[in-house]
Design a protein around this ligand. Sequence first.
Ligand code: SAM
Length: 237
Amino acid sequence: MVSANPSLRLLDDAVLEQTSVVANNAMNRDRRLSGVNSYARELGFDPYERLVTLLGERPGGQPSWIDVCCGSGRALLAAEAGLAREFPEADVALRGIDLVENFAAEPSTPRLRLITASARDWRPDRPADLVTCVHGLHYIGDKLALIVAMIGWMVPGGVFAAHFDPHSIRHADGSSAARKVLARLRAAGLTYNARRHLLTAHGPVTIDFRAEYLGADDRAGPGYTGQPAVHSYYRGW
Ligand SMILES: C[S@@+](CC[C@H](N)C(=O)[O-])C[C@H]1O[C@@H](n2cnc3c(N)ncnc32)[C@H](O)[C@@H]1O
């Protein structure tokens, strides 16, 4: 456990991952690929359609999608099923990573791997065309480190999209670091859509935040989704 100021109890990420906020059964882990409760709706584009477009643009290429904090993996499983139906010969790599092993089904082809791991220490074996994190960053301790990692996982021309609350980044005194973090992200070429709470990039992108991560507050209360979220503390910007 680390502390930024005496009144605040900050957790390191291994401890954070054991807390009820992160290992919470009530959170929405079950978004589909398309429809009402879906990735297409939350992201503003359908990842499957993006993969299909890539198959058309690059015959013989290997389109790939990494979904960080994939929850039940339903979106990836639906993409796998769609590919099996429509493009049975296509070489496509689908990867889902989640801390909790709560996947809706086993993958039915080698195209899809659903991996139980913390995103903080998982690394892909190759860069991807699409890197998504749908409402996952809210539960991460060192969010800036994960953003930096994910935006480096794209192939040239790849797409990154993640939900992000800039106010969940805090200075050591507890004040919001939203303005600072958004300025840095925008300077590096990322786009933040405040209405969708969506951070996007076309990559790969590199950023050096030069901020020291102090720890996470799992008692920050509800974020913009209405669910309890985690605040992440930094100093030395
Ligand atoms: C709100 S759910 C979203 C799940 C999925 N993206 C969806 O939209 O259906 C957030 C997910 O983040 C996962 N998660 C939290 N901390 C994580 C970590 N350190 N590494 C990987 N996954 C994590 C949780 O287990 C949970 O499944």
